[in-house]
Design a protein around this ligand. Structure first.
Ligand code: HEC
Length: 115
């Protein structure tokens, strides 16, 4: 109902208005723009996937499936993404990814949305 009132107010198609509200709330949830979320998804598949497998089932690096990560605290996972694992092939991504973005990627991995 609110959508209809708003769309009448701004003379915008209600469907378009709903789309605007939904994309705005997706942005507000994580503080990461939709464009950047897409970049991060590409990075996950192309860069992380080159070691962890395109479907995160493992390769040179271990599997990053929800089942494999379930017992690890989210904060630990984000820290590994940011700082890597010294002495292993896991690089630090801090130069390319902010702490908020590492948390967003961690949430994505934990809910299995990376496959
Ligand atoms: C050059 C290869 C390589 C790339 C690229 C890479 N990783 Fe890794 N990653 C590894 C290896 C090897 C390990 C295991 C390190 C160890 O032995 O503790 C690892 C470990 C991890 C872990 C800890 C897993 C666990 O079960 O403890 C996470 C989380 C992780 N990587 C996420 C990522 C993400 C996200 C990216 C992309 C932003 C990425 N990795 C890119 C090689 C890589």
């Amino acid at each position: 109902m609110t959508v209809l009132i708003w769309s009448a107010l701004f003379r915008i198609n209600p469907i378009l208005m709903l789309g605007l509200i939904l994309s705005a709330s997706a942005f507000a949830d994580s503080g990461i723009s939709i464009d950047r979320q897409q970049e991060l998804r590409n990075l996950l598949i192309q860069d992380c996937g080159s070691c962890h497998g395109l479907k995160m089932k493992g390769g040179l690096g271990p599997a990053l499936l929800p089942s494999a990560l379930a017992k690890k605290p989210a904060e630990m996972i984000s820290n590994i993404i940011l700082d890597g694992r010294p002495g292993t092939a896991m690089p630090a991504w801090r130069p390319l990814i902010s702490p908020e973005e590492a948390q967003w990627l961690t949430a994505l991995l934990l809910r299995g949305s990376a496959q």
